[in-house]
Design a protein around this ligand. Structure first.
Ligand code: HEC
Length: 201
């Protein structure tokens, strides 16, 4: 019992020390990302893939949203809406391979100029799967993405409109038929009766 406690303390101290060492310049603490539910990337500890293997993956998007909040938002802004400290990633990362390349470059190298860490590197510190999950979420908030979101309601409106148009058209047709049928019969009846009367008389 006692031994376990001490061990925990030692581990804690070690973790803290190593974290501080790695992040001393960046002045940020990386948060581990729980990647449960994501298909592992082959050799993810040694090979950083070129393109996002999880693009459009619901689970990855969910994980990425949370992981971004913990690891990137302090500089790139909550929900990736930049407050000016760092580039706005909704605008700076195109969808597809071009954006993946920019993303990878930063994950691997960070942004270090003249010995100053503007952005720490994340490769080898946070699991690669988790980083691509962040990229997956970033795709959904990209300035290029809202066009898709806007297109969805447009389709709904269009189909709703056509349904509405179709409905009155049908009922108009029905009422026209019944209206036409009723007076026609009525008109026909007296017409037949009237000329018949004088004819008989
Ligand atoms: C300590 C602040 C900080 C943190 C934390 C941080 N970044 Fe950055 N990031 C920056 C800065 C500053 C730049 C611009 C670097 C430059 O000026 O060269 C940048 C640049 C980038 C770029 C390149 C944008 C472009 O215009 O080319 C990407 C992509 C990026 N960051 C992604 C991330 C992701 C994803 C995370 C979280 C895993 C993250 N960053 C965490 C500060 C940070």
């Amino acid at each position: 019992m006692q031994g376990k406690l001490i061990l925990t303390r030692i581990c804690g101290a070690f973790l803290l020390a190593s974290t501080m060492q790695v992040w001393a310049h960046g002045d940020v603490t990386p948060q581990p990302i729980d990647i449960t539910g994501l298909e592992p990337i082959k050799d993810s500890d040694t090979v950083f893939v070129d393109t996002n293997p999880y693009s459009g993956n619901e689970k990855a998007i969910e994980i990425g949203k949370h992981a971004f909040a913990q690891n990137c938002a302090r500089c790139h802004g909550i929900d990736a809406i930049s407050g000016g400290i760092a580039p706005d990633l909704r605008e700076k990362l195109p969808l597809g391979a071009e954006g993946d390349e920019i993303f990878k470059e930063r994950m691997v190298n960070g942004a270090i100029r003249n010995g100053v860490t503007y952005m720490p590197k994340f490769e080898g510190i946070v699991k690669q799967e988790g980083l691509w999950a962040i990229r997956s979420w970033l795709e959904t908030v990209s300035v290029d993405a809202p066009a898709k979101t806007a297109a969805a309601p447009a389709t709904t409106t269009a189909s709703a409109a056509s349904t509405e148009t179709a409905a009155p058209a049908a009922s108009t047709a029905t009422s026209t038929t019944s209206t036409a049928a009723t007076p026609a019969t009525t008109t026909t009846a007296p017409a037949v009766t009237d000329p018949a009367k004088p004819a008989t008389n």
